[in-house]
Structures are given as C-alpha cells and as structure tokens.
Write a protein that binds this ligand. Structure first.
Ligand code: CO
Length: 144
C-alpha cells in the first residue's frame, strides 16, 4: 500500500524521563523550546510537559506511580525516546488499511490529549519505533 500526502506532519516526539523538572530545564533552558504546559494525567499515571518546537512538539512523560503506562518501559529500557507521533488528516481511513495489514497495537482509535484521537502501530512492524497516529478533531468541525 502506498500513502504519500503533504497533509501528514510530525505532531510530537515523546520522551520518557525520571525527573520532569530536570528534563524541562534541559529542553527549555538549554535547547530553547517554549514550555506550553505541564499536566497531571492520573488515569495514565503520568505527568507530561509539552514544549513547542516549530510546528511540532516535544512531549516529556514522567511516571507518577509504579503502574503508570510508561513504568515498564522505564524499568526495561531506561530514559529515552518513547514514540514518534504523526498527525494524519483522516485517522479512520488510515486505520482500516493498517488494521487489515495487522500493524496496529489496538484496532480502534482511542481518546488522546486535547480532544485528539490516537492509535499506535506495533513496534515489531515498524523497525522498533513505536509510532502514534494523531487526528485533531478540531480540524473536522461537525464530525464527532
Ligand atoms: Co504521544
């Protein structure tokens, strides 16, 4: 299958860290990115910080409890790159192709931050990179 468009873009790069304040200081004070917000997401067991990098963002993710969604990753692999997220214009359509090819972690999209819909490609099918696809609902007014 071939999919090549100029509407797909890099949405964010997510990095798992042990110390969010220290990581924010690195990316804001040394690299020069603007801090957009810091947010606790108790249902995921994490605190996240978003820093603007042009049209994309860096998402820093720190676990705030032992059974968070990134705790196993942090234990096994240590701090570092967790996933790369691409913004796609029509997630449902992309997912039906990827689902048929057996490339999705879960077959259905789920709710992400800020009213987005997200889905993940299995790293075993992507050369070891966890890829997230993001659709921003606000780009499709009138759709739910
Ligand atoms: Co993400």
């Amino acid at each position: 299958m071939k999919r090549e468009t100029d509407t797909t873009s890099l949405d964010h790069v997510a990095i798992v860290v042990r110390d969010l304040d220290r990581a924010v200081a690195l990316y804001r004070d040394w690299i020069g990115l603007a801090l957009e917000r810091v947010e606790d997401l108790p249902e995921r067991g994490v605190r996240v910080a978003f820093l603007r990098a042009g049209a994309s963002r860096i998402e820093l993710v720190q676990p705030i409890r032992d059974d968070s969604e990134v705790s196993a990753f942090l234990e096994r692999r240590g701090e570092g790159l967790h996933h790369v997220a691409f913004q796609v214009p029509d997630l449902a359509r992309v997912l039906s192709d990827l689902g048929r090819a057996g490339m999705l972690v879960e077959q259905e999209a789920r709710a992400g931050a800020d009213g987005t819909r997200v889905a993940f490609l299995h790293p075993k099918r992507t050369g070891g990179v966890l890829i997230e696809l993001v659709e921003h609902e606000s780009r499709h007014p009138g759709r739910s």
